[in-house]
Design a protein around this ligand. Structure first.
Ligand SMILES: CC(=O)N[C@H]1[C@@H](OP(=O)(O)OP(=O)(O)OC[C@H]2O[C@@H](n3ccc(=O)[nH]c3=O)[C@H](O)[C@@H]2O)O[C@H](CO)[C@@H](O)[C@@H]1O
Length: 376
């Protein structure tokens, strides 16, 4: 008797990995009603909160990231935490169901899970959200069945041994259904990615206050991250300038957030850019300057090059220059409409179905491997 196929989605850390993982799980369950979806993540990642809240089955690993870590911490992760978590995953698969297919969505738990899957001969699909692939995916790619790419530009940076497919980034369905429309008075959105961005928390309220002093009327919704002091300072600056502003630590309702905006100032994380594109949101992007291989600039270019977004260098940005950029877009209805059409035209067509088609190509193959697998 054939058993229910199991798909394991591994990775996380920040919203840029967790949100597409959730969207992929929902889409896969909708296409294959008999599919079991399991997750592997890190205790310290956003997934440790979001996945149990949704009732998802998740194996959480006690792992740290190595980005920005000191030498001792890096050694500890590579020599101790990584092998230990690979062992934990393989034991888990011996006790519970071993997956038929693993999708690595990036983030530190993804590396252990991909390594465990390769050792256990579970087929692996990597999913790279960014327009510039990360070192880990570039390295692991040649050992995996396929790499799904969120942006076409990413394929230019992959070595010959990697089999990749441009699918676009999978965006949650409720966001796909959200459509940009103009409001009166205009509404500005501020989004520093899933963790907030200090530079946006400082510069945007100041820039908005300058515009308000010049008599401009507009409202602001500002997602500022978990730093309470930064949020309070932003609230004060908006209030003193008489601006109607809503400042949040995190937004649980992104479709309503996008629906409420005329222009968004944001970091250019892969999913922020992809979500802006599917909604047709005109944007001003301020890429994170020290992102690996400058990948946020590459992401932002996908919308900037077609006229849907402006791209500002953080190093050159001042409250004055930002105020001028906001002023030139937010109050020009024709420009906003043109930008909105340009972002929408840059959105990938049917990323959801394209990703599911890639998975479909490997799920049956994975099942036929079942009998030959030896779990040590
Ligand atoms: C500092 C850092 O390492 N940033 C990386 C991280 O960004 P980050 O985690 O910020 O990711 P993205 O901008 O790609 O996506 C954020 C996701 O979180 C959601 N969201 C965000 C805020 C909120 O309040 N509520 C909410 O639901 C958004 O709708 C989106 O789905 O992963 C991205 C994808 O690999 C990378 O491109 C970024 O460079």
């Amino acid at each position: 008797m054939s058993r229910t196929p199991v798909l394991c989605i591994a990775g996380g850390g920040t919203g840029g990995h967790v949100m597409p993982a959730l969207a992929l799980a929902d889409a896969a369950r909708e296409r294959w009603s008999d599919l079991n979806v399991r997750f592997i993540g890190a205790e310290r990642g956003l997934e440790a909160k979001l996945l149990p809240e949704r009732g998802e089955s998740v194996l959480l690993l006690a792992m740290h990231g190595i980005k920005g870590a000191g030498l001792w911490q890096k050694l500890r992760v590579l020599i101790w935490e990584l092998p230990k978590s690979v062992w934990t995953i393989r034991r888990h698969w011996q006790r519970e169901e071993r997956p038929d297919l693993l999708v690595g969505v990036g983030g530190y738990a993804s590396v252990s899970a991909v390594a465990a899957a390769l050792l256990a001969r579970v087929p692996v699909i990597l999913y790279e959200q960014n327009a510039m692939p990360g070192l880990v995916n570039r390295t692991l790619g040649r050992f995996c069945q396929r790499m799904m790419l969120g942006f076409a530009a990413a394929s230019e940076h992959l070595g010959g041994g990697v089999k990749s497919e441009v699918t676009g980034n999978i965006v949650r369905e409720a966001i796909v259904r959200t459509q940009w429309q103009p409001h009166q008075p205009p509404r500005l959105l501020v989004l520093g990615g899933s963790q907030g961005a200090r530079i946006l928390n400082q510069s945007v309220p100041e820039a908005c206050a300058m515009l308000a002093r010049e008599g401009r009327v507009f409202t602001v919704t500002h997602v500022a991250g978990s730093d309470k002091a930064a949020r309070e300072a932003a609230v004060d600056t908006y209030a003193q300038a008489g601006i109607n502003a809503d400042v949040l630590p995190f937004c649980d309702d992104m479709p309503s957030f996008y629906a409420a905006g005329d222009l968004m100032i944001a970091r250019s994380g892969a999913m922020t850019v992809s979500e802006a594109a599917v909604c047709g949101m005109p944007c001003i992007f301020v890429p994170l300057p020290h992102a690996a291989d400058d990948h946020q600039r590459h992401n932002a270019r996908a919308l900037a090059d077609c006229g849907g977004a402006l791209l500002i260098d953080q190093q050159q940005m001042t409250a004055d220059s930002l105020a001028a950029q906001i002023d030139s877009c937010l109050f020009d209805a024709d420009l906003l409409t043109t930008m909105s059409r340009a972002t929408e035209a840059a959105a990938p067509l049917n990323a959801r179905d394209r990703q599911l088609d890639v998975l479909a190509a490997f799920l049956p193959a994975a099942r036929s491997l079942q009998g030959r697998e030896v779990c040590s």
